[in-house]
Design a protein around this ligand. Structure first.
Ligand code: GLV
Length: 323
């Protein structure tokens, strides 16, 4: 039987690439660092191959599937799969793999790093020093919010939300959670309270978002939800930008309805450099790097390859999207 042909929309870590090349007849990669694969190129390449390995930047929809009659497997090097029309893939009998678990620790570390960074106003302090403004020590210089002992609301208590809870326990935080599969049992395991969204918004000092993006969660945090938060609250998002209404967030941060936000994800990505959120000192934005450690990206690459090869061989995927 001929070895499969695959197309990758980005270079992946070396060991993962080697594993793929060892089992495929042809491996083609979009190799331009500075821009994602243009849509027309992706449609053309997908038409030629048995398997696709994509990133979260590529939309896999009915048009792409229609252009790819031989496609048998799709693997995304991401845990999130909101960029893929899963129902349409299933209807075509195309297996879809993703990369859960291997990125949980790195992402939870990053969410907690953002929480601490925003709480203690680290970027402002750094800009202050670099800007030559550092004068005499003062008791009220750059005061932030206390993390130890504060209440953390975790919106979406799945794998990553639970990882954040594990870290928060080291800071003696009270944990409120809402949403996620088997949330009640998981809450008990982490000593958290499973509360509704409203209680979580009203009582949390920090709110960390971990829900997947879907039609139900699009703009889940908008004007009303922001107005329910404490004026001292800090909002952290490492999930998807679309979960938060950015105009409402800007208004809340500018008007003092909440204290600060730290975003790893925005809508769209990259955020427009002229976006008003970037004018605010109390908004910290980094470029979607929650899983960006050498170790985690290698594990993600290897799992994405294992998923793709398993699907192409009609074997069970190590991590198939359940939907
Ligand atoms: C990153 O956002 C991912 O879904 O892996």
């Amino acid at each position: 039987m001929a070895l499969p042909s695959v197309y990758l929309t980005r270079r992946i870590p070396h060991r993962a690439m080697q594993a793929l090349r060892a089992s495929c007849g042809s491996v083609k990669v979009w190799d331009e660092e500075d821009r994602p694969v243009p849509r027309e190129v992706l449609l053309r390449e997908a038409a030629q191959v048995d398997g696709l390995l994509v990133m979260l930047t590529e939309r896999v929809d009915t048009d792409l599937l229609a252009a790819a009659p031989n496609l048998k497997a799709i693997s995304t090097m991401s845990v999130g799969y909101d960029h893929i029309d899963i129902a349409a893939c299933k209807a075509r009998g195309i297996a879809v793999g993703h990369t859960p678990d291997v990125l949980t620790d790195a992402t939870a570390d990053h969410a907690f790093a953002l929480l601490l960074t925003a709480a203690r106003r680290i970027p402002e302090g750094e800009r202050y020093v670099r800007g030559g403004e550092w004068g005499p020590w003062k008791p009220d210089l750059l005061l932030g919010q206390q993390v130890s002992g504060a209440t953390l609301g975790i919106l979406g208590f799945g794998r990553i939300g639970q990882g954040v809870a594990a870290r928060a326990k080291g800071f003696n935080m009270r944990l409120l959670v809402s949403g996620g599969r088997n949330v009640a049992a998981a809450a008990t395991a982490y000593g958290a309270q499973d509360v509704g969204l409203e209680t979580l918004l009203e009582e949390s000092d920090f709110i960390s978002v971990h829900v997947p993006l879907s039609t139900e969660t699009y703009h889940l945090i908008g004007k009303r939800e922001l107005s329910m938060m404490k004026k001292t609250a800090i909002l952290i998002n490492t999930a998807r930008g679309g979960v938060i209404d950015h105009q409402a967030l800007y208004d809340a941060l500018k008007g003092g309805a909440i204290a600060a936000a730290a975003l790893d994800v925005t809508e769209p990505e990259p955020i427009n450099p002229d976006h008003p959120l970037l004018t605010l000192d109390n908004c910290l934005i980094v470029p979607h790097i929650a899983s960006a450690t050498y170790q985690t990206r290698e594990r993600m690459g290897l799992l994405a390859v294992d998923n793709l090869l398993a699907a192409l061989n009609h074997e069970p995927l190590p991590a198939e999207v359940e939907a």
